[in-house]
Design a protein around this ligand. Sequence first.
Ligand code: GLY
Length: 371
Amino acid sequence: MMIQPDWVQEAWDQTKAKVKRISRRIGDGFPHASVNGEYQLEQPSWWTAGFWPGILWLVYRDTKDNDLKEAAESCERQLDALLTDSEMVDHDIGFMWTLTSGARYKLLGSEDSKKRALLAANLLAARFNIQGNYIRAWNGEHMAGWAIIDCLMNLPLLYWASSVTGDPRYKHIAVKHADTVLQQFYRPDGSVAHIIVFDPETGEKLEVKGGQGYSPESAWSRGTAWAIYGMSLSYHYTGNQHYLDAAKRTAHFFLANLPEDQVPTWDFRTPQGKSSVRDSSAGACAACGLLLLADQVDGLEAEMYLKSGEKILHSLYMNYGAWDSEAEEGLILHGTSHFPEQKNVDVPLIYGDYYFVEGISILKGVKERFW
Ligand code: GLY
């Protein structure tokens, strides 16, 4: 049984109070990065649209605060127009509907949310390239062959769709994509590439791209976190040992490369002195993956993953949390969205906040995840 460390209740209380406070301004908006203390709001089509409603549901699950529920439901409804416009969405359909319709269906059993999430799963499944066995990441003619590591976190929507419909085709697509990630993105040391370009006609692997990492050979820390959590989720849904082994391998690579305060730099493999800029969002996401791994193994191994996840979340709470400042809407400071393009570097990010809140709720003893 998980024993709750003393600081966890305090962190959860701070989280609930802050989410309630910032919800008064953000309401049913779609925050992404906090600049000068205020979350910038995006269009519902931006890939991060699920994270704020996801936070609202995580807090609502505990508090039953109706204002938070209504804001989350309004966010979900605003995504509806995208379900009939496949040019407006990309593979991040998974992130977007898992944390809106998927979460509402899991919490409230709402049939309208189930229908929306299934429509979203159909859109995601339609992005599968049968020649290359990958889910296409982005739109635009020149990107028909691009697949990215982040997509592992979109697969739970497909696994879920198979489980509620009884139709295994969604799961088959998820498994084919996850197998391609093992074969093409994984390196022997457990680190992963960000972008792989395939020939969309033949499925042949053409190129590795650095993407949001420093270079094609480097180790972008958020991509590493997507792989830890994504592979452990694929193991959760399939029981395929290869996915568990891969999640562990990446977890060990991640943990071995953490600085003393347990929060990763934006890329683990940059030339000496190039950058020590952190990405707290990678730490928060990896921590959630480590907590899932802890449930998937036994004994000392489970304890090691649990303690590792706890240590990251504790450091985020103590050293990166913006709890005292009324002038900052972000929960967790020092996230990095896109270092190579210098976009939203060293700022709070809504997905960092989301995974922090999810991680604390798990340490509080909640077992059910929205993924
Ligand atoms: N999925 C995009 C990112 O991690 O920034």
